[in-house]
Structure formats: C-alpha cells, structure tokens
Design a protein. Structure first.
Length: 266
C-alpha cells in the first residue's frame, strides 16, 4: 500500500511539474494617452488559465513607474491575476532622487480629477485585456500609490478592493456614508515618520464615519517603504527614514492574497 501511494504521489507531482513548465509568465508594455499626454504601463499575466480572471492595478511609489512596480505586477501574475503596473506621471517620468520625486508627485496630485482620469484610463486598459474579468478589479499602491488607491476608493471608483502599503492616510477628500464601495486594506509601519499615529487615527475615524469596510494593520517598529527591498539603499544614499522589513512585507503580501481571494469570491 505504501509503495502504491508513493508511486501515486510521484505521478501527481510529475503531472503538476509538467503543467507548471507549460505555464509561462507573459508581459506586455502598453502605451496609452490621457488628455494628450502619453503614459506607459506594464501588463503581466500567466497563460496557465484560459479563463478570465480578476485584474489588479499596481500604483507605483513616488519614484515613478520603475522596476519595483513591474516586479509587483509579475508577483500578482504568478498568483493567478492579470496585473497592470500603471503610470501616474506620464512621459517616462521616473527618478531615484527624492527632490525630483516630490516634484513629480506634487504635479500629479495638483488636480484630483486629472489624477482620477489617469487612473480610470489605466483601469480601462486592464479591463480590456482578454484575460480579465472586467467586473472583478482591485488596486494596490505603495507610498504615493497607496494614497492614490485610497483616494480612488474615497471618490467612489467601481473597485472590489484596494490595498495601501505604507501610503499616506490623510486626504482632503471626505467621503460620506455610501460613497465608498470598495473594501479596503491598509498596511503601515508603526515607526513610519511619514505616516504618524495621529494620521492613522484620523484615517480610522474617517473610514468609520463613511461606514467603509476596512482594516488597518500596523507593524511595530517598522519604517516607511517596508515593502521595497531597495529601501535600505535609499535610506543610506539619501539619509531618509525608510527601510525594508522582510517579515512585514511577507505578512502584508499574505494578507493581500487572502483579501483578494475573499473579495473575488463574494
């Protein structure tokens, strides 16, 4: 009996390995236009499933649409989603210097409606992809991107859920009960100087008043940019209070995967 069970297990294992060998990550660079300005996004999906699957928008940090954002899209594709790492700055704006990043972010956030138009255009690109079920869409963002996805939820965008990683939690947008239809997850660092405790508290109060379905996870002692493995190098080069934290990053990702599984099965 043991021998037969062992043989069966080996056979199943070989079948799964063969299936994975045929499943390949697919990527595509997409150029699109919003109000006459050119934007470049990055699509990623796995061809192991012929059916339509949920789509997830990935919104970059304040550095712009860089390799980290594309890596996150590929991780989502490996998990069974079609992901679109969008561009909120346009015209290839990306930097490794904080002062430039701040200028890019300030310009992009100057007009909330223009920001929403950029997000909407990217969402339509994702929804149009043949692998995507256009009724099942979520968005996740990092730092600046976290603030973007939260504001899209506050503005009533038709999203199943949004996830913010070390994103600013304050906003001039004050949603009323019924405005927010997306479910919300927030992951923040307990030692994040850019998202202090009073900002976290204000966010909780605002979400409760808006009767939103949300959760906040705060990791003790964890700094800003804890999801980005390159954060330690940034801290050293620019003397910034940021830092990667593997445990927090892994827990946040696991929580996100559970969140998506729940919202897309409801």
């Amino acid at each position: 009996m043991t021998s037969r069970l062992t043989s069966l297990a080996i056979g199943v294992g070989l079948s799964l390995a063969a299936g994975l060998a045929h499943a390949q990550l697919q990527t595509e660079t997409v150029t699109y236009t919003v109000d006459g300005q050119e934007f470049t996004g990055y699509l990623a999906w796995n061809d192991s499933d012929d059916g339509a699957r949920p789509g997830v928008l990935v919104v970059h940090e304040w550095w712009g649409h860089n390799e980290f954002a594309r890596d996150q899209a590929e991780k989502l594709a490996a998990a069974g989603y079609t992901a679109f790492a969008l561009d909120m700055y346009g015209e290839g704006k990306v930097t490794e210097h904080p002062s430039e990043a701040q200028a890019f972010m300030k310009e992009a956030t100057g007009d909330p409606q223009a920001l929403k138009a950029r997000f909407t255009a990217a969402m339509e690109e994702l929804q149009a992809h043949p692998t995507v079920d256009d009724d099942r869409i979520a968005a996740q963002g990092y730092c600046f991107g976290g603030a973007v996805v939260l504001n899209m939820a506050r503005m009533g965008m038709d999203l199943d859920g949004v996830v913010s990683y070390h994103g600013p939690l304050g906003s001039p947008i004050e949603p009323e009960p019924g405005d927010i239809t997306a479910r919300i997850q927030v992951y923040t660092g307990g030692a994040d100087q850019m998202v202090p405790a009073d900002q976290v508290g204000g966010f909780v109060t605002s979400m409760q008043q808006a009767e939103a379905d949300f959760s906040v996870t705060s990791f003790p002692g964890v700094l800003h940019s804890f999801m980005n493995p390159g954060a330690d190098a940034i801290a050293e080069e620019h003397d910034m209070p940021v830092g990667y934290d593997r445990e927090a990053a892994e827990r946040a990702w696991e929580g996100t995967m559970a969140f998506y599984q729940a919202i897309f099965q409801d």
